[in-house]
Design a protein around this ligand. Structure first.
Ligand SMILES: *Cc1c(COP(=O)(O)O)cnc(C)c1O
Length: 496
């Protein structure tokens, strides 16, 4: 199966090449030329397998230049019991009669990004071999908080790779920041960048498209690549857990094989919900996909009106990993919804970069709305939701997950849709203890982040993940704050 750029149908590469380059040279994103189909009996066969087995089935249909044995080995290592809970890698917890929570935060960095970023280093290093590339690959990452740590953890001390992360200064939770600044490993670098996530992401994109710099790096034996969700190797692994979530609802008797479910995803860069859309397009019985945003609700407006407009205030919210106004992966959805019309997509993306907005045609909007619903929740609504779910169901969720739960409740109220629903839970509540404590327990947060972890443990009678509590013993290695304009120089100083 080949991969094609969303901005030029003539640009065609193998899966391994798509993973190595991340972004297409024309600025587009790679998509498989067709979508593999899973029949009812395929899904039934998967229901008898464990997570590694299911993920191998899914990925082997997309990454056809890898053998199934190779993929099984990588996937087995990525989701090994030492890293994810041994019995259920992605457990599903029933919240009420209709809604279940898909817990995606039991990996090493306590957010769903681990599903892709524990696997990506294996896929990338194998892809380098397959494409005959022997340069050291330099991963540049812009992060709104969780990708950075997950990528550092995945790539630390992986031979043949180096990794540099930029996070928005003051734009993450303290725990998220410490997770990154204390990262160990000889091949890692972390910078705080002034501005917000979009500034950091634009800075990274500028470095990627700087041909002179690429040439300079190549002469020194370096090759740039991306671990952001613009890389197909980031997106593909996320398709698997929608299959296992569906299967778990079948196995627990909540639904019969073939019955549809709805899926709700707290969304930022549109990667995770796009993976759910792919699962649906591959034959998983999914009815509606519900896109949940925080106060940065550019996607809610787009899905309801057809106009994408990033010219608006940017808010720092209690769900910082969703503080994004340019959702890169939307480009992939547009491409598929307009029948793979690369010229049209290129036009929309040019408008976005010159005017900050575009409006899609009515026909495209109708197709979008036939699949997606959307809603948003501000910080007050999110906090109220955390409190309500804890009091009523005894379930403690993080701020990102609460945005999704709140949007789902509003959706259900408005539509009366009682279809069984899976809500993606993207982070551990302990990662955002400062917001979760007052929301769930009414206590004003006091003290540093570790005291907050302790207070949340006491109140919730749960243990904080060891990876977070253990940060207290670590020293901060990376404290430099730079301007977005200095990002390239910083990379250059580090490497050359
Ligand atoms: C990254 C992230 C999101 C947003 O996911 P996208 O794939 O960017 O839409 C939501 N919640 C958490 C906790 C995250 O880390």
């Amino acid at each position: 199966m080949d991969y094609i750029s969303t901005r030029d149908n003539a640009c065609r590469v193998s899966a391994a090449q798509a993973i190595v380059s991340g972004l297409s040279p024309d600025g587009g994103l790679f998509l498989p030329e067709s979508l593999p189909q899973f029949t009812r009996s395929d899904i039934e066969a998967m229901s008898k397998q464990d997570y590694v087995g299911c993920a191998t089935e899914v990925l082997s249909r997309f990454l056809t230049d890898f053998t199934k044995e190779e993929l099984r080995e990588y996937i087995g290592k990525a989701y090994a019991p030492a890293k994810f809970p041994p019995r259920e890698v992605a457990p599903v917890v029933q919240l009420d009669e209709q809604a279940a929570i898909l817990e995606l935060f039991h990996g090493p960095t306590c957010a769903f990004k681990d599903f892709a970023l524990q696997l990506l280093p294996y896929l990338l290093t194998a892809s380098l071999k397959k494409t005959g590339e022997n340069k050291t690959v330099v991963i540049l990452v812009a992060t709104s908080g969780d990708t950075g740590k997950a990528a550092l953890e995945g790539f630390a001390d992986v031979p043949g790779t180096r990794i540099c992360v930029f996070y928005p200064d003051g734009g993450t939770s303290n725990i998220q920041r410490l997770q990154m600044t204390t990262q160990e490993g000889g091949n890692v670098m972390v910078f705080a960048a002034k501005g917000n996530f979009d500034d950091a992401q634009n800075g990274v994109k500028r470095i990627f498209t700087d041909q002179v710099f690429a040439q300079e790096l190549a002469e020194r034996g370096y090759l740039l690549s991306s671990a952001n969700s613009i890389n197909w190797g980031r997106l593909a692994p996320q398709i698997a857990y929608y299959f296992t979530a569906y299967i778990s609802q079948v196995n627990s008797g909540k639904i019969n094989l073939g019955d549809p479910i709805n899926i709700v995803v707290p969304t930022g860069n549109f990667g995770n919900i796009l993976a759910a859309y792919f699962a649906k397009q591959c034959g998983l019985p999914v009815s509606r996909l519900i896109c949940a945003s925080n106060q940065n609700n550019v996607l809610t407006d787009f899905i309801t009106t057809g106009t994408y407009d990033r010219n608006r205030a940017f808010y720092l919210t209690s769900s910082p990993s969703m503080d994004i106004l340019i959702s890169s992966n939307l480009e992939r959805l547009l491409y598929l919804l307009c029948g793979r019309d690369d010229v049209k997509v290129r036009g929309y993306m040019e408008q976005l970069s010159t005017t900050g907005k575009y409006t899609v045609e009515n026909e495209l909007l109708e197709r979008l709305q036939a699949e997606f619903s959307a809603g948003c929740a501000d910080d007050a609504q999110t906090a109220a939701c955390i409190g309500r779910i804890y009091r009523e169901k005894g379930y403690l969720c993080d701020t990102h997950t609460a945005v999704a739960v709140e949007v789902y409740h509003n959706y259900r109220e408005k539509t009366g849709d009682l279809t069984p629903t899976v809500i993606a839970s993207t982070a551990s509540p302990f990662k955002f203890a400062g917001s979760v404590l007052p929301a769930a327990f009414g206590t004003q947060p006091q003290g540093d982040e570790f005291e907050l972890l302790g207070q949340l443990e006491d109140k919730s009678e749960m243990h904080a993940p060891a990876a977070l509590a253990g940060l207290r013993q670590k020293t901060e290695r990376f404290t430099r704050v730079i301007q977005p304009a200095e990002m390239k120089q910083a990379v250059s100083d580090w490497l050359l």
